[in-house]
Design a protein around this ligand. Structure first.
Ligand SMILES: *Cc1c(COP(=O)(O)O)cnc(C)c1O
Length: 345
């Protein structure tokens, strides 16, 4: 079988949730947008609910409906994009909580679904989603009278603890929300690590659950194991792959493995990346093809059956470094062609 295996360790996921939960006295939610950061929200969300997570966050109402199917009634599912035109039936039927981003969204929501749960998203400086201070002052009393389930904002620089933006956004969020009754939320993974002042009532970790930075203590959740299709010996001067970008300087052994950029393995890592034979790094040779990658296995004693791109010895952030990106992109790029296997949970 040439199909690569993506093994998702739900026990490690749950251990990461518990470890983040232990860092604050707040309720710890779970962000499962983008299909649980590429690892499968239908499996990730129920495992976290069993662990005790009661509030889940997604980007779109459609994602929320899928998560509701997986979770059943009970946990709250908050939608960051709020209440968009055409969302009313989904929000009602799946009992979603839209995080309202503007006065327009608020009007749409109360008109279409009077009495239905909602939350509020405020912009404390990131200029991405949520109401700015002036818009919030205009809506504040009316919105608070209808008892929002959560009032939240999002930090732009929480992965840089010394960045002045953190304190600035904290100050702005407090100015907009101090004294209100509704539960408040400011922090994702990075904010949890900034300390108690940033925790408020509910936290919203995503990447840390899935084994990524800035949660350095995270356990590895995803293992990606790619079968070797063929081995060959190169003589000095022979090249590997498209464009002849790699030429052997000495005799060497090359393994051709069965995955490529069509599987979300970022092509940009070609010149810098490694795969692993257990804990031994094996360099990528030449360009990553659509379905294949050439890998240097000269130093291994025997021909490997498979090589791992992700696992306990090489996490998503290491692979991200090779490609000049972030662990989030490595995870959410994981393709649809893998045999996915879940362990634990
Ligand atoms: C994605 C996201 C999160 C989770 O962020 P991580 O850095 O993955 O922990 C939390 N809140 C909002 C608004 C988000 O968009």
């Amino acid at each position: 079988m040439a199909q690569a295996q993506l093994i998702i360790d739900l026990d490690a996921l749950c251990a990461n949730w518990r470890a983040l939960d232990a860092l604050s006295r707040s309720e710890t939610g779970a962000v499962v947008k983008a299909d649980g950061y590429g690892l499968g929200a239908a499996r990730v969300a129920p495992a976290l609910a069993k662990q005790g997570a009661r509030r889940f966050f997604v980007a779109l109402a459609e994602e929320g409906a899928a998560v509701r199917q997986a979770l059943g009634q009970g946990p709250e599912i908050c939608v960051f994009s709020g209440h968009m035109e055409g969302d009313a039936a989904l929000i009602r039927d799946a009992r979603l909580t839209p995080m309202i981003n503007s006065i327009d969204q608020m009007l749409r929501h109360v008109e279409a679904l009077p009495g239905h749960a909602f939350g509020i998203q405020l912009d404390s400086g990131m200029n991405r989603l949520g109401m700015e201070p002036a818009e919030w002052s205009a809506l504040r009393d009316i919105a608070l009278a209808q008892k929002p389930r959560l009032v939240m904002s999002h930090l732009a620089c929480a992965d840089e603890p010394d960045h002045a933006m953190n304190a600035q956004q904290l100050h702005c969020f407090r100015e907009m929300t101090d004294g209100i009754e509704a539960p408040r939320s400011l922090s994702a993974t990075g904010g949890i690590l900034l300390g108690e002042a940033y925790h408020f009532d509910v936290t919203r970790p995503g990447i840390g659950l899935y084994g990524g930075l800035p949660f350095e203590r995270a356990q590895s959740v995803a293992r990606l194991s790619i079968p070797v299709i063929q081995m060959r010996d190169l003589a000095p001067g022979e090249t590997v792959g498209y464009g002849n970008t790699f030429a052997a300087a000495a005799p060497m052994r090359v393994a051709t493995i069965a995955a490529g950029y069509a599987d979300g393995i970022l092509r940009a890592q070609g010149p810098k990346g490694y795969l692993l034979a257990d804990d031994r790094p094996c360099k990528i040779l030449g360009r990553v093809s659509m379905d294949l990658i050439g890998v240097d296995v000269t130093h291994l004693g025997e021909a490997p059956q498979s090589l791992d791109l992700l696992g306990p010895h090489q996490g998503v952030d290491q692979v991200a470094d090779y490609a000049g990106t972030i662990g989030y992109e490595v995870l959410t790029s994981l393709g649809a062609r893998y045999a996915r296997r879940y362990i634990g949970g």
